[in-house]
Write a protein of this length. Structure first.
Length: 453
């Protein structure tokens, strides 16, 4: 028995005072269970005064029995005293699943108890079942991409994660073995992984890739649709098309040579993690990839799962899967390794490529992974043969390391050179892919193409 001043018990979302215990008290406890838990104090008046007559042991037992029979939970009843008067605190925790009282569900809103609407109840019910495990009504196996299912099985068998005896020509058996069919119906995960047109049902389940030359200048904008396996392949194709700009100089001719600005395995891991761990409850939000000259960011809708921080993510941590079915299928396909090691593998790829460490941001509404290039001060001087670029052009490239510029910005550095000659130098640098340009005539700006080193 503890001493507690009842006048300090201001009613709020987790505290309520009642003079007597009846159905109204049970509704309040029901609301506590369906919100964040809470405490009901008896017999305490609205003004905070404790009633003269305390509750007997028998009355307290009757209250406990009513709670057990009416709500199906065992309450924690604690006795307090104040001014030589006893009163009780009935404490209940937040329930893992919605709890009804006499067929209705209640929520705590501020210091009031309110009946849940059908929409509120539906959302609360669904939130207790992982999104990817929920049933997707109205879609049959005939609407799935059988070729992709076969590709998945063969990839899994090559990775040693699917039994060699599994027949890739038996899609229904495969879907059942991976729990993508539950209660004889396809799950949301099945549609995302193998549906021919999943965006018909889940319009935001796609990857949008934007290429930026500056924060306010988009030079390319593409969207990867279809099922998740195709989206990942398409996103990688788009990224490669914007990284394949390196050149090797030989006999005064430019020979195209593939040169990846970011390790492809690191990017692939980042994209796979984004589509696996995103919050699919967030409609209207897609996975986004933003490619800038000096960095690349992947935005995944929804922050980190509850119980996981950025600091823990950078260290050894347990795998907390928001979409377990999706994670399991990608693992079986050989696209991810042991759960919970994705970030450490990306860091390893970046270190091997001599690139800065990965930057992670949990913004609540999204989780952002950023790959950075080295700053200009860290990169080596641009190395080209003297018979390829003239001295002015080399000086222009050194000037470009400071940021974007216009022709007028560099004129003072070449007082004896005409504007016409400088423009010719700039045109050659653009044609040879050392500079990138935006705008027209007098508003034209030049940027250093850091792919060209």
């Amino acid at each position: 028995m503890s001493v507690l001043d009842p006048f300090t018990l201001e009613e709020n979302q987790m505290i309520e005072r009642k003079e007597t215990f009846n159905d109204r008290g049970l509704k309040t406890l029901c609301a506590f269970l369906n919100t964040d838990g809470g405490s009901l104090y008896l017999p305490v008046r609205d003004n905070g005064k404790v009633k003269e007559t305390p509750l007997t042991d028998e009355q307290q037992q009757n209250i406990a029995n009513k709670i057990i029979s009416g709500l199906g939970v065992q309450p924690n009843i604690v006795t307090h005293t104040w001014d030589n008067k006893a009163f009780i605190e009935i404490k209940v925790p937040k329930a893992p699943n919605p709890v009804p009282f006499k067929g209705s569900y209640y929520l705590r809103v501020g210091n009031t108890t309110q009946r849940m609407s059908q929409d509120q109840l539906r959302v609360k019910m669904l939130n207790n079942v992982p999104w990817d495990s929920q049933i997707c009504n109205g879609v049959s196996i005939e609407e799935l991409d059988k070729t992709e299912i076969k590709r998945f099985v063969k990839a899994g068998q090559e990775a040693g994660r699917i039994n060699a005896e599994v027949d890739p020509n038996e899609p229904e058996a495969i879907l059942r073995q991976t729990n993508l069919i539950q209660n004889d119906a396809l799950t949301n995960a099945a549609i995302l992984l193998f549906g021919e047109e999943p965006q018909r049902i889940f319009s935001s389940a796609k990857i949008r890739i934007g290429v930026f030359i500056a924060d306010d200048r988009v030079v390319d904008d593409k969207t990867a649709n279809s099922h998740l396996f195709h989206q990942i392949r398409r996103a990688e194709e788009i990224l490669k098309s914007h990284m394949q700009h390196g050149y090797e100089i030989s006999d005064r001719k430019f020979t195209r040579k593939e040169k990846w600005k970011y390790p492809l395995p690191a990017f692939r891991e980042g994209i796979v993690n984004a589509v696996i761990h995103r919050d699919y409850h967030r409609q209207g939000a897609e996975v986004q990839v933003k490619i800038f000259p000096d960095h690349l960011s992947i935005f995944s809708p929804g922050g980190l799962p509850e119980g996981l921080s950025v600091e823990e993510l950078l260290d050894k941590h347990p795998s907390i899967k928001r979409n377990e079915l999706l994670a399991n299928v990608f693992y079986r396909a050989g696209l991810i390794e042991i759960f919970g090691t994705g970030i450490s593998r990306i860091q390893k790829y970046l270190k091997e490529a001599n690139l800065p460490e990965l930057k992670l941001q949990d913004k609540g509404h999204s989780f952002v992974v950023t790959f950075n290039q080295k700053s200009m001060s860290e990169t080596s001087q641009i190395s080209v043969s003297s018979d390829i670029l003239n001295l002015r052009q080399k000086k222009i490239l050194d000037f470009a390391k400071k940021g974007s510029f216009q022709t007028s910005d560099i004129k003072d550095h070449f007082p004896d050179v005409s504007v016409r000659t400088l423009r010719k130098d700039l045109t050659e640098l653009v044609e040879r892919d050392f500079l990138i340009t935006t705008g027209k005539t007098r508003k034209r700006k030049y940027y250093l193409n850091i792919d060209k080193q």
